[in-house]
Design a protein around this ligand. Structure first.
Ligand SMILES: [Zn+2]
Length: 598
């Protein structure tokens, strides 16, 4: 275990704005920072980060927490990995806790990254120097790749033998199970054997530039083996969310506010060599919504560039279907003459490629219209043709974009807009019942919080200003807090004086409560002074509750003719009334002070 004190120390050195700002684009807004939320799709920023309080909160989807929670959710890191990462950023050395199992061996993911890095070196050296790799070297050379680009992408070669890599990695001290877990080897009858054999290797980096997995392409196409082989899903390799070359393309994507999405690794590499660097590719599968959501954080438009053959056209159409809900501006280009982006840029050069894109890229809806017109005659079978494209339109989130789409359809099939609109409404009406029911369920789920308001506000405020504890601990004792969870949190604050706000919030396990506290933290004009007033209000409520309890007791004892107890109760009641009066006085003077200070 890393001592809590060390973790606290790391967190103290870290700026939440600095850390989150490494992943998303934060803009200053008043005291806080605003951004488009990385956890849900949105067009206007509702993701707020407060440096002062060390918390973030999204008013759209409710995501919230401190910097640790952010990294765990955003990067899918485990707690220990987040701490390892933050320690690195903060310049805190964790190595002296190295007798601890977790740190000495590193977290599981850390080990997988290390195995991969070592494997990448091995593959790369094989490609550059081994005799076996002659054919691979020639293949890349013949396709026109420079030595420089091979180095940039750390391309490699997996040898012809069955065990070279496995043996090498074991020599380097990695455990068999970790090598298998990284997807590099499988277990056979006589031990481990390499999975990437006799292939050109494309390391696949994550967004931080660490090797998450590999793609391998055969040198000679045959029916016996798959042309491409990718690492299977591992704890660090998620096909659905990673994008090939993103870490290298990122800056240019941000600069251009546009990402070019191609299908193959070679396409990306070819375009990079030509100097076009805002290019990424999905990992051997079609693009996913996760990948689009991720891109949305860095740019506002994507251009799909696909091969000019039938498969390419189909793939482009499918990509647009997947992208339909994304607020990204979407365009697609089909290259001429059956060429793929790699061939095109090698043959005609990058300027020509860019020019072609600019001239020929089609808005999603136009692309769709042309695509369907290949299958159905838009004049002879107008209704059927329109019917084909309405499902796509109905998926578009933005009402404006939807209407634009319907207008384009009207123009394309030479029909009145109102007729197309009618068709659309008919289509939607059929599916509406299900949609509206789903929506209702969702709205109910996000219902009101179940905590007493004053208690919730008090606890939120004390979590945000733990230093003000001295001012209220004489007024409020834990038993005055009715809600058990809030009471426990207050106890935690009392037991841990001097803890920072972000750490207190970090201890909140209930997501709903954490959301509330984080949302509360983003309010303007929060002052420590409010705390005292709130404490008295809370106490006032507490006394009222006690008074009604006593009343019930008095009734019960009177019925039972237990006058001794009745008398005791009256005494308590009197004391409560006095206390109540004094609290009321305090509340009044709080109000006066507030007036004076404003
Ligand atoms: Zn959100």
């Amino acid at each position: 275990m890393i001592p809590q004190q060390v973790i606290d120390d790391i967190l103290n050195r870290i700026s939440i704005v600095d850390v989150i700002g490494r992943y998303i684009d934060l803009r200053k807004s008043g005291k806080n920072y605003l951004a488009l939320c990385p956890f849900h799709n949105e067009k206007t920023p509702s993701f707020s980060v407060s440096e002062e309080k060390g918390l973030y909160h999204c008013f759209g989807c409710g995501a919230s927490g401190n910097v640790v929670k952010f990294l765990m959710d955003y990067q899918r890191f485990s707690f220990i990995e987040v701490i390892e990462n933050l320690a690195r950023m903060a310049g805190v050395d964790l190595s002296r806790y190295s007798n601890d199992e977790g740190i000495r061996t590193g977290s599981e993911r850390e080990i997988l990254y290390r195995v991969n890095k070592e494997a990448m070196k091995f593959f790369h050296n094989q490609l550059l120097y081994s005799e076996e790799a002659d054919e691979a070297r020639n293949y890349l050379k013949n396709r026109g790749l420079s030595a420089e680009i091979i180095k940039t992408f750390q391309l490699g070669y997996g040898g012809k033998e069955w065990t070279t890599l496995s043996y090498y990695l074991k020599e380097k001290g990695f455990k068999e199970e970790d090598i298998i877990k990284a997807g590099l080897s499988s277990r056979g009858n006589s031990g481990l054997y390499d999975r990437f054999r006799d292939r050109v290797i494309f390391p696949i980096f994550n967004r931080e530039g660490r090797v998450a997995g590999f793609g391998g392409r055969v040198l000679r196409e045959s029916e016996k083996v798959a042309k491409y082989l990718n690492t299977q899903e591992t704890p660090i390799f998620h096909k659905r969310s990673l994008l090939f070359a993103f870490h290298m393309a990122r800056d240019e994507i941000v600069k251009k506010m546009e990402a070019i999405v191609v299908e193959g690794y070679m396409d990306v590499i070819g375009l990079f060599q030509g100097g076009i660097r805002n290019v990424v590719a999905p990992l051997g599968t079609s693009l996913t919504e996760d990948q689009l959501m991720f891109l949305k954080r860095f740019c506002d438009s994507v251009v799909f560039v696909f091969d000019g053959d039938e498969a390419g056209v189909k793939a482009a159409n499918r990509a647009l279907d997947i992208a339909v809900k994304s607020p990204l501006k979407k365009r697609a280009v089909i290259l001429p003459g059956g060429k793929d982006p790699f061939d095109y840029v090698m043959q005609y050069g990058a300027p020509s490629f860019i020019h072609y894109l600019e001239k020929r890229k089609l808005e999603a809806i136009e692309f769709k219209l042309r695509y369907f017109s290949k299958f159905i005659d838009k004049k002879k079978e107008k209704a059927k043709f329109v019917g084909l494209i309405l499902p796509y339109i109905s998926q578009i989130n933005s009402a404006i974009e939807r209407e634009e789409g319907l207008r384009k359809i009207a123009g394309y099939v030479e029909e009145n807009f109102s007729v197309i609109m009618d068709e659309y409404q008919n289509y939607v009406a059929k599916g509406r019942s299900v949609v509206s029911v789903l929506r209702e369920v969702q709205e109910n789920r996000g219902g009101l919080v179940k905590y007493p308001r004053v208690e919730l506000e008090f606890i939120s405020l004390i979590s945000l200003f733990p230093k003000a504890l001295d001012k209220v601990m004489g007024i409020i004792t834990p038993e005055m807090i009715e809600n058990e969870e809030l009471r426990k949190l207050y106890e935690f604050v009392l037991e841990n004086p001097g803890k920072a706000s972000s750490e207190i919030c970090g201890s909140i396990e209930n997501q709903e409560l954490l959301q509330y506290v984080s949302a509360y933290a983003q309010r303007e004009n929060l002052k420590e002074e409010n705390l005292v007033e709130m404490a008295y209000k809370l106490k006032f409520n507490y006394i009222n509750r006690e008074v009604s309890k006593i009343k019930v007791l008095i009734e019960q004892y009177e019925k039972a003719s237990d006058y001794k107890e009745v008398k005791k109760c009256y005494e308590i009641q009197m004391r409560l009334q006095e206390e109540k009066k004094s609290v009321e006085e305090s509340l009044k003077s709080c109000a006066q002070e507030m007036e004076l200070s404003e």
